[in-house]
Design a protein. Structure first.
Length: 692
């Protein structure tokens, strides 16, 4: 700052000759500006903007004028941030070892009270402001507090001495009670201004700590602004998870809970297992990739504070989440500690892949693949953390990344080595995510090239011209011959045709490598565009109906079974959402005179002979050997025209899902003895058909 005088033209910062300093001829000759005091105010062209227009806001007035700078706005999130600031101060006392419980009460009229049994805010006169108590200084002065160094608090959520004074500024009523040295003190405030000095209320027994009771100012947040009992309840409970050494007691006025589910009038939270309990509660009842939760806690990582984590990987196509905290402060936008976690998990998993000979397969795995379905809780306690903004939504301390990466990576290495079966499940899962990501990228590239260069779509797909999925249909047929007839019979606007070469791969007993290498299935998935497994996206499905259209014979039924198995295993949600259908092509053509009808099977043929042709003996009966033998007009009339055709929707009965999975495994799996047993059990219900 030594040259600041040069920037503003002042003589004080430079040793100038007397003439220059006085603004004489030497100054003018050199082109220098005169001293600031010599510039007249209100010069022509500047009327209406003078020094008197410059406002100087003092005390807490800046907070009331611009609350968004301190709590992010005046919406519901900002309103609840007031509670967060107060309970964070109480948590700092608990983490420092001075408080064992915190009481949170939501009262009638929208008041919130937070009480702890810590040391209590000092009430003696402040050395710098002898006419004020330390309590008043803390409550009415920005950047006043005991957390600017590590002498009073080794780790804390408050950093700038701003939090509780902001709450005071934005509350129309705020009362503070302090119990110290068996004496009780109280001071009241309104909109940041003290309503009197600190008052001694007398002696108290078995009480210490601080109680803050406040009511948000309706002039700031609006007359209808109210605390959400459910939101406060969750915020209070999460604090107990984050520090196992504290007990948090919750109470809420009964009238505030009318119509609010899941929030009790009173509750007590204490979770010695910390984040493991927290995560177990959050993922209760969900399918997991690895059965065990990877959890741990390390004191003094990097020489100070502590680190705790709990991690699981969700199955069933669910997206993951990461809830991170620093010094019990939620960091919803993540930050350096989350970056360290992501790197640690990726590197440890790749190390495991090398140990088990899967290094090449895992080479393409990235942090996004590992974290895609990862449900994680991460809490760090560090000295003097750096956040982005007063609301502390993102941690910026660079050292946190290194601390978390080192500690978690070592622990994860040991966890993977100790649980090889769990580790291999997780490795395969992550590799699947990587392969799916690469497949999607390829699909996007193909889609882009198709739009720009008008290239052909995957395989032998004849696509429809409809722009959206609504009302469109994809017919999956066997062979080029059937495909040719179907392409001529279709409605080009809404119906697409994809021919397949014979019988597809049986996915129920195929290895992962065979499945990935199968071109026909790759073409099919690329045509659908919706992805598979946990990455299935119904909104990306290119067709409203997916219709399996095979010959009406045994081979056709087998191919249909293979395709249904494929959809059941790879895209079960496509079935659940009602997109999969079976076409019902005819097996026979019956004609007599000018009457022609079609029969699905032998039983239907007999019925038509009896009802339509009245038992006539000279009815001409033709049997179709396959769809390819049908004229396009016949195929359209019988199987593809929505006005005349019959479609069977494939669905899974909700209460029979376990039986369905068992049947698919027995009939389509790699155990022939299971199929033989299945046939024996149902032999009484089977009819043998012999075609000579």
């Amino acid at each position: 700052m030594a040259d600041s005088g040069d920037l503003f033209g002042g003589a004080a910062a430079r040793k100038l000759p007397p003439a220059e300093a006085a603004g004489g001829k030497a100054s003018k000759a050199a082109g220098k500006r005169p001293p600031l005091a010599a510039v007249p105010s209100g010069t022509p062209g500047e009327s209406g903007y003078t020094a008197s227009d410059i406002e100087v806001l003092e005390g807490l007035e800046p907070v009331r004028r611009r609350p968004g700078m301190y709590i992010g706005g005046t919406d519901e999130k900002a309103l609840h941030h007031l509670f967060a600031e107060v309970i964070d101060n109480a948590m700092d006392e608990a983490v420092a070892g001075h408080a064992s419980f915190i009481d949170v009460a939501l009262e009638e009229g929208g008041f919130v009270t937070v009480t702890d049994n810590g040391r209590g805010i000092p009430v003696d006169s402040h050395p710098k402001f002898p006419d004020k108590s330390a309590l008043e200084v803390i409550m009415t002065t920005l950047h006043a507090g005991g957390k600017f160094d590590s002498k009073v608090y080794e780790t804390s959520g408050g950093l700038h001495g701003v939090g509780v004074s902001v709450v005071n500024a934005l509350s129309d009523v705020l009362d503070v009670e302090v119990a110290r040295g068996q004496q009780l003190y109280r001071q009241s405030f309104s909109r940041g201004h003290p309503q009197g000095p600190v008052t001694a209320l007398g002696k108290v027994q078995n009480r210490r700590g601080t109680r803050v009771r406040f009511h948000p100012d309706p002039l700031i947040f609006g007359a209808d602004a109210k605390f959400s009992p459910k939101r406060l309840f969750k915020m209070a409970r999460s604090k107990a998870y984050l520090f196992g050494g504290v007990e948090i007691r919750w109470s809420c006025a009964p009238s505030l809970l009318e119509g609010v589910a899941g929030v009790p009038e009173e509750a007590t939270f204490r979770f010695p297992a910390g984040l493991r309990d927290y995560l177990a509660r959050e993922i209760e009842g969900r399918e997991l990739v690895a059965d065990q939760i990877f959890a741990g806690k390390i004191e003094k990582p990097g020489g100070h504070g502590s680190l705790e984590w709990a991690i699981a990987w969700l199955g069933g196509g669910e997206d993951g989440f990461v809830n991170s905290y620093c010094n019990t402060i939620p960091t919803p936008e993540g930050g350096t500690h989350e970056s360290g976690l992501r790197i640690a998990l990726l590197r440890a998993l790749k190390d495991h892949a090398e140990r088990v000979g899967q290094g090449k397969r895992a080479a393409a795995v990235t942090t996004d693949d590992v974290m895609a379905t990862c449900a994680a809780m991460l809490s760090v306690f560090i000295r003097e953390p750096e956040f982005q903004g007063q609301t502390k939504d993102k941690l910026a301390t660079l050292e946190a990344s290194r601390i978390v990466e080192t500690a978690v990576r070592d622990a994860f290495d040991h966890w993977l080595a100790a649980s090889p079966s769990q580790a291999n499940k997780l490795l395969d899962w992550s590799i699947d995510r990587a392969e799916e990501r690469l497949r999607r990228r390829q699909e996007k590239e193909v889609a882009r090239k198709t739009a720009v260069r008008k290239l052909r779509l995957p395989g032998k797909l004849a696509d429809c011209t409809a722009a959206g999925a609504a009302g469109s249909e994809l017919f999956i047929v066997e062979g080029d011959s059937a495909g040719g007839s179907a392409k001529q019979a279709r409605d080009r606007a809404t119906q697409a045709v994809l021919p397949l070469r014979g019988k597809i791969l049986n996915v129920a007993n195929a290895t992962r490598d065979k499945l990935a290498a199968n071109q026909q299935l790759g073409d099919l998935m690329q045509a659908l565009g919706c992805g598979g497994g946990s990455h299935y996206r119904d909104e990306d499905l290119r067709y409203d109906k997916v219709v399996i259209m095979t010959d009406a014979d045994v081979d056709g039924a087998h191919i249909a079974s293979l395709l249904i198995t494929f959809f059941y295993r790879q895209t079960p949600r496509l079935i659940d959402n009602g997109h999969l259908y079976l076409a019902v092509p005819p097996l026979y053509r019956l004609s007599h005179g000018g009457t022609t009808v079609y029969a699905r099977d032998d039983a239907h043929r007999a019925e038509l002979l009896r009802t339509v042709f009245k038992g006539k003996s000279n009815v001409e009966i033709g049997r179709f050997k396959g769809l390819g033998e049908m004229m396009p007009a016949q195929l359209k009339e019988t199987t593809m025209d929505p006005r005349k055709r019959t479609l069977l929707r494939v669905r899974i009965v909700s209460d029979e899902r376990e039986d369905t999975a068992d049947s698919v495994e027995r009939l389509m799996g790699n155990k022939p003895e299971a199929r033989f047993s299945f046939i024996q059990e149902r032999a009484a219900f089977a009819t043998e058909l012999v075609d000579i």
